[in-house]
Design a binder for this molecule. Structure first.
Ligand SMILES: *Cc1c(COP(=O)(O)O)cnc(C)c1O
Length: 495
């Protein structure tokens, strides 16, 4: 039986994987979910011998079931090539009691590259398979990293265009410069007066606006999404958890079958959901540890069973996790409700009307493989500093949130299972916060001077992605009100 997709809010309509990728979001505002989570059809002993690309194939073939082997291999081989600065694509680095899974060796030095290097290939392949005549317009809201990774992936890709919205004051200096210097005939980058949730809500609204869609269609366009609500992002992310596991087994750190823990610095719940899928496909994962920053809406949810977004939005030094409406959690809610779209839809309805919902005890019981924690700003900084002082290894602010949460988890539980921490960004992307965590004497330095200092301290070359923007020209300076996002899209498309 092949996996099909349907909305988390209504299961009546079934979509092939390629159609779900093209659509991005289901028409009823729900997220696409697979009809079942398939099990690996290879043993861990067999998977252990595979390189990154072949591992990705073994995962993706099970979930993207209407793609042929040739199509998938074409997408994979074009995505995971020398755009990455290491052949292993996602290396593991041991430091102070945990394995850091470095997911930032792609073009834009954040983990979003793991999925956004392949999404343009999946999407253009899906368009061909489905005889799509219209040009695909990717609408993206970003808390900083998705935007650049999506721009890099889609720039000048035939048959596509991309518009990125970012919170004008909610991203790091490097993140912003990376985006506003993006070249390409088909790209547009817009700052909004608002936070990430405003950007994400605005984009979701455009997806749901039938009149706008009709206008677009007349102009020869359709919308799609590069946000982690697209299953074309979720599915490729499962691969690196499998690869991390087989890497540990290959190097004798674990035996096949041993359970490992996974810790993920979480915002929109895409990355950790991929780990949950990996576990359900048969990867031996014991605990999925969800790490939040001061915007700890997820921690509170796991503690209490109530998701409540009615709270202050806090700008932190881990901006890619500054999120109060964690989109992909809806997929988990659907699964823990026993794949029940009605139950999920009613909870999402109360989220949109009251800003909160509470799950049942039965649903809560299905969360037993999750643990959660959060790190304050001071705790995050202390983790960066202590890890550097103990080992010389420098991590970014997001990864540090996860590192701190893991230390606390281990202290509390004594659980000493081998643990993988998803390292989601290069410290160079957040050099100001990273350097000031190490020593306040750096606070007065310019952004690029800090980057050079960081390179010296970490004994790591400044990544190409950062060198590239040092002297790059700003191309995009549009800023708009959150109410005017659709207007800006129409202006860009001349409709
Ligand atoms: C996007 C991002 C996150 C959060 O990932 P989700 O999949 O949204 O939970 C964490 N860290 C960094 C650096 C990111 O770019």
């Amino acid at each position: 039986m092949d996996v099909m997709y349907s909305s988390t809010r209504n299961a009546s309509e079934k979509y092939t994987a390629s159609k779900a990728i093209l659509q991005g979001l289901a028409p009823d505002g729900g997220l696409f979910v697979p009809s079942f989570i398939p099990k690996f059809d290879k043993t861990l002993d067999e998977l252990m011998n595979l390189n990154y690309q072949d591992t990705a194939y073994e995962v993706m073939k099970l979930l993207l079931s209407d793609f042929t082997e040739e199509e998938l291999r074409y997408c994979i081989n074009h995505a995971y090539d020398d755009k990455f600065d290491t052949d292993v694509i996602a290396p593991l680095c041991y430091a102070d009691g945990a394995y850091y899974l470095e997911l930032f060796h792609g073009k834009t030095i954040a983990f979003k590259d793991m999925a956004l290097s392949i999404l343009p290939y999946l999407m253009t392949t899906a368009a061909k398979k489905n005889d799509l005549k219209e040009k695909i317009i990717i609408l993206t809201a970003t808390s900083g990293d998705t935007g650049k990774a999506a721009l890099a992936g889609f720039a000048d890709v035939e048959g596509t265009g991309i518009v990125v919205f970012f919170p004008k004051d909610g991203v790091s200096a490097v993140q912003k410069k990376q985006m506003v210097t993006q070249k390409g005939k088909n790209v547009k980058v817009i700052g909004i007066h608002g936070n990430f949730d405003d950007a994400q809500t605005g984009v979701k609204k455009m997806f749901g606006d039938q009149a706008l869609r009709d206008e677009l269609k007349k102009g020869g366009y359709v919308f799609s999404s590069a946000n982690s609500i697209n299953i074309g992002r979720l599915v490729p992310q499962i691969a690196y958890y499998v690869y991390a596991y087989t890497n540990l087994a290959r190097s004798g750190k674990i035996n096949n079958g041993d359970e490992i823990n996974v810790v993920v610095p979480t915002g929109n719940f895409g990355n950790i959901l991929a780990a949950y899928y990996a576990k359900n496909m048969g990867l031996p994962i014991k605990k999925l540890i969800c790490a939040s920053n001061d915007n700890k809406v997820l921690f509170d949810f796991f503690e209490s069973g109530t998701y409540d977004k009615n709270r202050e939005f806090i700008l932190t030094t881990s901006p890619s996790m500054d999120i109060l409406i964690s989109s992909n959690l809806e997929r988990l809610i659907y699964h823990i409700a026993g794949n029940d779209p009605e139950k999920n839809a009613s909870l999402m309805k109360s989220l949109s009307s009251d800003g909160k919902y509470t799950i049942t005890d039965d649903m809560k019981a299905n969360l037993s493989s999750f643990e959660s924690g959060y790190a304050t700003e001071a705790q995050t900084a202390s983790k960066i500093k202590s890890l550097y002082e103990n080992t010389g290894y420098i991590i970014d602010t997001h990864t540090a949130v996860a590192g701190y949460v893991y230390d606390e988890y281990k202290k509390k539980t004594g659980d000493d299972a081998v643990t993988v921490i998803a390292s989601t960004a290069s410290p160079f992307k957040f050099s100001r916060s990273v350097m000031s965590a190490i020593d306040s004497k750096y606070d007065s330095q310019e952004d690029f001077a800090l980057i050079d200092e960081l390179s010296k301290l970490a004994n790591v070359k400044v990544p190409g992605a950062v060198e590239e923007i040092r002297n790059a020209e700003v191309i995009h300076n549009t800023v708009c009100e959150k109410e005017d996002m659709a207007k800006e899209v129409k202006a860009f498309l001349n409709i």
